[in-house]
Design a protein around this ligand. Structure first.
Ligand code: HEM
Length: 425
C-alpha cells in the first residue's frame, strides 16, 4: 500500500506490485504512459518495493537541486549494488565515503588537466588514432562502434592508469565488452526481476553473467593497480593513487577505477554513435556543421574547446544529439536520506527515485562529475572528424533504424558508415 500522501500510481498487485504494467525489455514507453495518467511525479511498485519516478524540469530541479541533499542517497539493495559489491563511487550511498571519493575524482580530473590545455591535448592525441583508423577505411562500409568505445575508454584510461591501449588490444577489449554487456544487463529484464523478487537472487539465472563480468574486470584492474604500486615513485603521481589507511584501500580502488572507466566509456561513445547515425542520415546538417567549422577554424591546425563559442550551430547540433541520444535514460537511482516533500507529495526516507527528465548529466550534488570531460570530448571529436571527413550512409544499408537498444545507456542499433576524405581547400 502507498504511504499517506505518497505520489499516485497504478494499483499494485500482491507480491507482483506493478511489474505487469512495465515491459521488462524496455519500460521507457510505459513510464511515459504512466506519466500521462498520473502526472510528473508518480510511483510504481517493483514487487513490494515502491519507486518514485520524477519527470519534467520543475520536479527534477526541485528534487535534484533545491532539495538535492534530501535526494542524494543511493538505494543499496538492488542488482547493481550486488554487481559492484557495494564498493566504488557511482552507487555509494550519501555520506563521508562518497564525499571523499567524489572530491578525489574531481581533484584528479583537474590535476590531470581538465579545464586546462593538457586534457585537450590528450583528447586530440586520441583523435589522431581515430582519424588514422578512419583513413585506413576510406570508401569501405565500416562499423564505428569499436573506435568510439575504445577512444572514450583510452581518454579516461590515461587519467586512471597513465596509458592508452591499441584498438585491437585484447586486455582492454575484454573490459569494454564486459562494460557494454553490464550496461544492458543492469537495466534489463533479469535485473528488474532481481530487484522486485529477492527470493530469486540466489538462483542460477542469467543475471549471474553480470557478476561474472564484474569479477573479470576486477581481476584485470587488479593487475594494473598492482603493477602501478610496484613502480610508483612517492611524490610523483602519474595517475590516481590509493592509500591503504583510508577508504581508498586496494579493494575499493579497483571498483573505483572501474566505476570511472565505465562511466566515462559507454556514455560518451554511445552519444557519439547516435550523433553520427543522425549526421549521416541528415547530410544537410552534417554539411552546415562543416561550413561553420571551416569558417571558424580557417587555417588553424586544430580546434580548441574555446572555439565552441564561435560555433553556435555546432553547439546546437551537439545539444540536439544529446537530447535524441538520451544516453542515460533513467539516470542512476536515487533515494531520500530523510523524510521530505516533492511537488506537494510526501516522500519518506528510503524510497528510491528514478528521475527521467531530460538533463543528460542530471543535476545537484550527485550530478555527473564527468560532465566537463564529456562535453570537451564530444565537441573536439565531432569538430575534428567533421572537418576532415564526410560520413555517408552506405547504399546497400537499407533504411536507417533509429530505435535505440535499451540499457543503463541507450545504444543505437549497430550500423555501418562510409567515410570519405573532404576536399582540402
Ligand atoms: C555524454 C556523456 C555522459 C553522460 C550523458 C553522463 C550522464 C550521467 C548521469 C545522468 C549520471 C547520474 C547522476 C545522478 O545520479 O543524478 C552520471 C553520474 C556519474 N558520471 Fe556521468 N555521464 C557522461 C560522461 C561521464 C564521464 C566522461 C565520466 C568520467 C569522468 C563520468 C562519471 C560519472 C560519475 C563518477 C558519476 C556518479 C556521480 C555520483 O554518484 O556522485 N560521466 N553521469
Amino acid at each position: 500500500r502507498r504511504p499517506k500522501n505518497f505520489p499516485p500510481g497504478p494499483s499494485p498487485l500482491p507480491i507482483l506490485g506493478n511489474i505487469l504494467e512495465l515491459s521488462l525489455d524496455n519500460p521507457l514507453k510505459d513510464f511515459e504512459r504512466l506519466r500521462n495518467i498520473y502526472g510528473n511525479v508518480y510511483s510504481v511498485f517493483l514487487g513490494t518495493k515502491a519507486a518514485v519516478v520524477i519527470n519534467g524540469m520543475k520536479a527534477m530541479k526541485d528534487a535534484m537541486v533545491t532539495k538535492g541533499i534530501d535526494f542524494a542517497g543511493r538505494p543499496q539493495d538492488l542488482f547493481v549494488n550486488d554487481t559492484t559489491e557495494r564498493k566504488g563511487l557511482i552507487l555509494a550511498d550519501y555520506g563521508q565515503c562518497w564525499k571523499d571519493h567524489r572530491r578525489f575524482a574531481l581533484m584528479t580530473l583537474r590535476n590531470f588537466g581538465l579545464g586546462k590545455n593538457s586534457m585537450e591535448e590528450r583528447i586530440h592525441g586520441e583523435i589522431k588514432y581515430i582519424t588514422d583508423d578512419l583513413e585506413k577505411n576510406i570508401g569501405k562500409s565500416y562499423s564505428p562502434q569499436l573506435i568510439f568505445h575504445n577512444a572514450a575508454s583510452n581518454i579516461i584510461c590515461q587519467v586512471l592508469f597513465g596509458q592508452r591501449y591499441e584498438y585491437d588490444d585484447e586486455f582492454i577489449g575484454v573490459i569494454v565488452k564486459c562494460f557494454t554487456d553490464n550496461a544492458k544487463l543492469a537495466n534489463g529484464p533479469w535485473a528488474m526481476l532481481y530487484d522486485s523478487f529477492p527470493m530469486i537472487r540466489s538462483l542460477p539465472l542469467p543475471f549471474r553473467r553480470a557478476f561474472k563480468n564484474s569479477k573479470t574486470c576486477q581481476a584485470l584492474a587488479l593487475t594494473i593497480v598492482q603493477e602501478h604500486k610496484k613502480t610508483r615513485v612517492p611524490g610523483q603521481p602519474r595517475d590516481i593513487k590509493g592509500d591503504d589507511a583510508s577508504t581508498f584501500s586496494e579493494d575499493m580502488m579497483i571498483i573505483y577505477t572501474l566505476d570511472l572507466h565505465f562511466a566515462g566509456t559507454d556514455t560518451t561513445s554511445n552519444t557519439l554513435l547516435t550523433g553520427f547515425l543522425y549526421l549521416i542520415t541528415y547530410p544537410h546538417i552534417q554539411e552546415r556543421c562543416q561550413q561553420e567549422i571551416d569558417e571558424v577554424l580557417g587555417e588553424k591546425d586544430q580546434a580548441s574547446f574555446e572555439d565552441r563559442h564561435n560555433m553556435p550551430y555546432v553547439q546546437a547540433v551537439t545539444h540536439e544529439i544529446q537530447r535524441v541520444a538520451n544516453t542515460v535514460p533513467l539516470s542512476v537511482p536515487h533515494c531520500t536520506i530523510k523524510d521530505t516533500e516533492l511537488m506537494g507529495y510526501s516522500i519518506p526516507k528510503g524510497e528510491f527515485v528514478k528521475p527521467e527528465a531530460f538533463m543528460p548529466f542530471s543535476a545537484g550534488p550527485r550530478m555527473c562529475l564527468g560532465e566537463g570531460l564529456a562535453r570537451m570530448e564530444l565537441f573536439l571529436i565531432l569538430v575534428t572528424l567533421l572537418r576532415k571527413f564526410n560520413f555517408i550512409w552506405p547504399e546497400d544499408a537499407g533504411k536507417p533504424d533509429y530505435t535505440p537498444v535499451y540499457g543503463v545507456t541507450l545504444t543505437p542499433q549497430p550500423y555501418n558508415m562510409k567515410v570519405q576524405l573532404r576536399e582540402t581547400k
